[in-house]
Design a protein around this ligand. Sequence first.
Ligand code: MV4
Length: 449
Amino acid sequence: MFDKILIANRGEIALRVIRACREMGIASVAVHSTADTDAMHVRMADEAVCIGPPPGTDSYLSIPAIIAACEITGAQAIHPGYGFLSENSNFVQIIEDHELTFIGPTAEHIRVMGDKISAKDTMKALGVPCVPGSAGGVPTLEDAQRIGEEVGYPVIVKATAGGGGKGMKVAQTAADMESAFMTARAEGKSNFGNDEVYIEKYLTTPRHIEIQVFGDGKGRAVHLGERDCSLQRRHQKVFEEAPGPSISPEERAAIGKTCSDAVAKINYIGAGTIEFLYENGEFYFIEMNTRLQVEHPVTESIFGVDLVREQIRVAAGLDMSFIQEDLHINGHSIEVRINAEKLPNFTPCPGRITQYHAPGGLGVRMDSALYDGYSIPPYYDSLIGKLIVHGRDRPEALARLNRALGELIVDGIDTTVPLFHALLQEPDVLSGEYNIHWLEHWLETNLGG
Ligand code: MV4
């Protein structure tokens, strides 16, 4: 096992990893920008190294600075958290070249899944159900028009390197294809330096269901059920839950096995998420994330496992501490993302926290790096906390969420807390009847944002 791990991240996820390290008797090293000298992850880690100025590219994304921090402190492994360098295959290769260990998948798996065409080809060959569409890339407008007719409109043109909704255009009819194809290509080129696109049938009212998988890199893998992350705004998730309110035990077992068999077959190591659109009782693969995700705590809550501990174990060459038969769902969990944003437009709202009080009690987990008097710097994303509740069933989890939101105090800035108070009054949220478009429609109707 490692003696010392460096966490190449900040905020609540850095604390999450430090906590796992401490429970395992592993020393932790924080890295930080000059804007984060007073940040909680710097205080909570055993050691801290300043790696540069505030812009991400000069610190949290600076591979030489992070490798140097490992060499200075003697850290043997790097946990990337999410975002920043967590899905950068070049970073993983450099870590290995320095005889350090990346706590996550191989450079090759990250590379394959980072390109959506190769991810889909790989998953399709492994027996994972995919959205009908083009076989690989679509080089010309004429090809796009032919595939549009074959697949049937509406279709969606996606940049293979896309992400966060960039490089994605819907063609409702053949008349829209030229503009959708050209725009998706141009956005792929300008945002990701890659103009390759592919085409899928456009699913009009799906849910976003993602399956948590975990592999040991030696051909064994498990699944930990699904999360429903359909409540999103501009491709930012705001409310996530597990199990999914629309998924039956039989569906879970079947899609779960398909996913765990697939990642076992490729000797996948560590945590991964296989994303699906779910419509009319069918799962359609869209993407795979090769990192621990923001919303991993809802899965931890219902399965009673520590996913970061497991990541560290398999990275050190140990077995996972469970097999599929050990994993059973207990109750229901919901996470809401508390952002430093002002409604109705979700305008980022950095500033000084004059008072912070975290909710507590049975079934409440608050993952946050806030403290009284902390100043949220303006340079990073606006997630300042995740409130995760667990109940014996969904109604109990919803009641607990309402109760915990009432206890939470974050004074001095605006947050997304009022949004959650309002959502908990909505019959569709209370009944779990929502899809990927529900929140945008609700915001338009209720906030006019
Ligand atoms: C789709 C789709 C409908 N049909 N693909 C959005 C981001 C990227 N991860 C995939 N996305 C979508 N792909 C097909 N074939 C609709 C979306 C989509 C979406 C997906 C998940 C959660 C929220 C979403 C909001 C808008 C569009």
